[in-house]
Design a protein around this ligand. Structure first.
Ligand code: SF4
Ligand code: SF4
Length: 278
């Protein structure tokens, strides 16, 4: 079963839920898809077994063949190519590796060369296998790296995908193919606003979903009303608790110090299975 843990916004406790859920299962694989700011490893402190370079092809212009017609620059939607007079430049950090420029070049003057945009780390912490990506700073292709780390999914295990914040392309890339999407929110107008957007996207992808309310006890009832109106099951409430917050700030998953929560997260996994099969 592949469970994606997502939220419309950062800071709602998505990683908190993903990590504590994984640690409450006998065996799990967790894939941290927040490649711009991965942090699951800070809580799991895994032994890293391998580090793989992740490269994408970028164009290289062969000056001896190029006649500076500018066709490639006119084609590139991302302004990664600039041609003027007798100069053709590639701004590889803007390139999205679509390969189109080499197709449209009438003189076959563009070849491709690999450029590292990030790394993929694989490791384990006890019975938890972890895969995460680190996108180099300033690189635009989070989606490509997310797709690459998802290729390491091991469907023999319960797989937990920790999604990036927001509801844009990296979020969609992460949750696609999941059996269930757990949306973590907070009971505030901001939490509700972002939950509404995330729910629309998850519905569009026809993925069964449920909600975890973090910081329960603060804020207002808006999130609860919304879930009720849209038949969204609230599968867990995590209270606004000083001890949980302190453990989080020290990088300690709270199920390790508050073992009664292990059972609750196990029950959550059972509820997810039930909702998925409903
Ligand atoms: S399309 Fe080809 S020939 Fe024309 S400027 Fe670009 S690389 Fe040069
Ligand atoms: S590969 Fe695509 S994105 Fe990159 S420079 Fe060529 S046209 Fe632009």
């Amino acid at each position: 079963m592949i469970i994606s843990v997502a939220s419309g916004k950062g800071g709602t406790g998505k990683t908190l839920v993903a990590v504590n859920l994984a640690l409450s299962l006998d065996k799990a694989q967790i894939i941290d898809c927040d490649v711009e700011e991965p942090n699951v490893h800070l809580f799991l402190k895994p032994d890293i077994a391998s580090i793989l370079s992740f490269k994408l092809p970028v164009p290289k212009i062969l000056e001896e063949k190029c006649d500076y017609c500018g066709e490639c620059a006119r084609f590139c939607q991302y302004h990664a190519l600039f041609v003027v007079d007798n100069t053709a430049l590639v701004f590889s950090e803007l390139c999205h590796s679509c390969g189109g420029c080499s197709i449209v070049c009438p003189r076959k003057a563009i070849m491709e060369e690999p450029r590292e945009i990030g790394r993929i780390m694989k490791g384990s912490a006890g019975p938890i296998d972890l895969v995460y990506g680190e996108l180099n700073i300033g690189e635009p292709s989070a989606v490509s790296l997310i797709a690459a780390i998802k290729k390491h999914i091991n469907i023999e295990d319960t797989v937990i995908l920790d999604a990036p914040p927001g509801a844009a392309c990296p979020f969609v890339e992460t949750i696609q193919g999941s059996d269930f999407c757990l949306l973590v929110t907070e009971p505030t107008p901001f939490g509700l606003h972002d939950l509404e957007i995330a729910v629309k996207v998850v519905k569009e992808l026809s993925i069964p979903m449920g909600v975890v309310v973090n910081f329960a006890g603060i804020g207002d009832k808006g999130v609860f009303k919304f879930c009720n109106q849209h038949n969204l099951p609230i599968m867990m409430e995590i209270p606004f608790d000083r001890r949980i917050a302190e453990l989080y700030s020290k990088g300690i998953p709270f199920v390790e110090e508050m073992p009664e929560w292990k059972l609750r997260f196990k029950q959550l996994a059972g509820l997810i299975e039930g909702e998925r099969d409903a």
